[in-house]
Design a protein around this ligand. Structure first.
Ligand SMILES: Cc1cc2nc3c(=O)[nH]c(=O)nc-3n(C[C@H](O)[C@H](O)[C@H](O)COP(=O)(O)O)c2cc1C
Length: 188
């Protein structure tokens, strides 16, 4: 697919299914993610892949880490357990924030965000669907600990990747002038 078509036509896809992402597809997803801009080449981003039966373990981590785990309704428990089962591949995007005199934390988080966006675009270019999700689980310290994150690490997102189930929606029409101002014309 033409690069401009990918960038302008990509949509998030929540309805995802198998077959599993192949090793070749996965390599391309991460090759794209690792081309994110990165101030001072700190390489702040790293990724975990969760697939197959490991998704069930991730669901158990989501449930057991919930602050009110024991008192949750059965429906809520099921929901947390099944969250990772919504796609064949879950990518946990992590920013390892480093102290740096010229690169503040926000820039490092933005770099990981750019990596996620590259991954979303690469998935779309490969004919795959993907969606970036966060929610309470992404800021829950117990989830971070269970996934092996260090103290300086932050979950930037869980990216669900799979084959598109049904039809992907059309991207919304955006009126460019609502968002873009020609500042050079301010004095005219
Ligand atoms: C940082 C971030 C976190 C997000 N978290 C969630 C989430 O937890 N659940 C969700 O349904 N969408 C979440 N979204 C929104 C979707 O990823 C997606 O952008 C949205 O559904 C719009 O679809 P589009 O990408 O096709 O415009 C998040 C987006 C970003 C950038």
């Amino acid at each position: 697919m033409d690069a401009i078509q990918v960038l302008t036509g990509r949509v998030s896809v929540a309805q995802l299914t198998g077959p599993d992402i192949s090793p070749e597809e996965e390599q391309l997803l991460f090759k794209a993610a690792l081309r994110a801009p990165d101030h001072a080449w700190l390489r702040p981003s790293r990724y975990l892949t969760v697939r197959g039966a490991a998704r069930e373990e991730l669901g158990r981590i989501f449930l057991e880490s919930a602050p009110d785990s024991a008192s949750l309704s059965d429906d809520k428990k099921e929901k947390l357990l099944n969250m990772p089962m919504r796609a064949p591949l879950i990518v946990v995007a992590i920013c390892s924030v480093q102290e740096h005199p010229k690169v503040p934390r926000d820039e490092q988080l933005l770099s990981t965000g750019a990596g996620v966006q590259n991954l979303l675009n690469a998935a779309w270019a490969l004919g795959l669907g993907a969606i970036w999700r966060t929610g309470d689980v992404s800021t829950n310290p117990l989830v971070a600990k269970a996934l092996g994150l260090a103290e300086n690490e932050v979950i930037v997102g869980f990216v669900y990747v799979g084959r598109i189930s049904g039809e992907a929606r059309q991207p919304p029409e955006m009126v460019i002038s609502d968002f873009v101002t020609d500042w050079t014309a301010k004095s005219l």
